[in-house]
Design a protein around this ligand. Structure first.
Ligand code: DX5
Ligand code: ZN
Length: 220
C-alpha cells in the first residue's frame, strides 16, 4: 500500500547563489527530504554539482538527502556522495554495465539504493533488481533539466511499478520526478506514487510561498 505522500524539493530550481539558505527554507516549509540532481554533461546534456557541494550543504538541513545521480560512469563517484552525506543514492540502469554491483556498492556504504527509469526505459528493467533496492524513481521527463512538461504516458508506468512494489511486500519508496506541479501531482499520487520530486513547483513565488507550495503538492 502507498504510504503518506512526501515531498522532495529539487534544488535544481533553487537560487544556486544561496543554496544553503534555500535548503534551510524548504526544510522549515515542511519538505520531507532534499532532492539533489547531479549531472555530468555526458549522461545527460547538463552539468550541475558534485559531492563537495553536497558536503557543504549537509549542515543546512537535518532532512534526508535524496541524491539522484545522472552521471556515467557512476561507480567511482558513489563513495564520495555517500561520504558527503547522501542518505539515498539513485542511479540509472543505463549509467553502467553492472546495475546490481552498483546497488551492492551503495548498500555496502550503509545508504539506501534507488533505481531510476527514464521515460523510454521499461518497467522490466526492475525485474531482477527490485528485491535489492529501497526506492524506484519514475522519470516523468527526460533527465537533464528542470521545468519540462510532464509526460502523461508515464502514469501507466507508475501504476505498474506500484503493483510490482506491492507484490514484493517490502518497504520500497515510489518516487516520481519531472513536471510535478499543482496540476499533475494528484494524478501521480492516484497512480501510486508516495514520494514527489518538485523543483519549479516548490521554489516558485519566493521563500514565503514555499510552505503553501509544498502543502498543495501534498494535496493538503
Ligand atoms: C530532471 C531532474 C529533476 C528536475 C525536476 O533531470 O531529475 O529532479 O529538477 O524539475 P521540475 O520539478 O521543475 O520538473
Ligand atoms: Zn531528479
Amino acid at each position: 500500500m502507498a504510504k503518506p505522500v512526501r515531498i522532495a524539493p529539487s534544488i535544481l530550481a533553487a537560487d544556486f547563489a544561496r543554496l544553503g539558505s534555500e535548503i534551510a527554507a524548504v526544510t522549515k516549509a515542511g519538505a520531507d527530504m532534499i532532492h539533489v540532481d547531479v549531472m555530468d554533461g555526458h549522461f545527460v546534456p547538463n552539468i550541475t554539482i558534485g559531492s563537495d557541494v553536497v558536503k557543504a550543504l549537509r549542515a543546512h538541513s537535518a532532512l534526508p538527502f535524496d541524491v539522484h545521480l545522472m552521471i556515467s560512469p557512476v561507480d567511482p563517484y558513489v563513495p564520495g556522495f555517500a561520504e558527503a552525506g547522501a542518505d539515498i543514492i539513485t542511479v540509472h540502469p543505463e549509467a553502467g554495465p553492472h546495475l546490481h554491483r552498483t546497488v551492492q556498492l551503495i548498500r555496502s556504504l550503509g545508504k539506501k539504493a534507488g533505481v531510476a527509469l527514464n521515460p523510454g526505459t521499461p518497467v522490466e528493467a526492475l525485474d531482477n533488481i527490485i528485491g535489492d533496492i529501497d526506492l524506484v524513481l519514475v522519470m516523468t521527463v527526460n533527465p537533464g533539466f528542470g521545468g519540462q512538461a510532464f509526460i502523461d504516458s508515464q502514469l501507466a508506468k507508475i501504476a505498474a511499478v506500484r503493483k510490482m512494489i506491492d507484490a514484493t511486500g517490502r518497504d520500497i519508496d515510489l518516487e516520481v520526478d519531472g513536471g510535478v506541479n499543482m496540476d499533475t501531482a494528484a494524478r501521480v499520487i492516484a497512480a501510486g506514487a508516495d514520494l514527489l520530486v518538485a523543483g519549479t513547483a516548490t521554489f516558485k513565488g519566493g521563500e514565503n510561498a514555499y510552505a503553501a507550495n509544498i502543502a498543495r503538492l501534498r494535496g493538503s
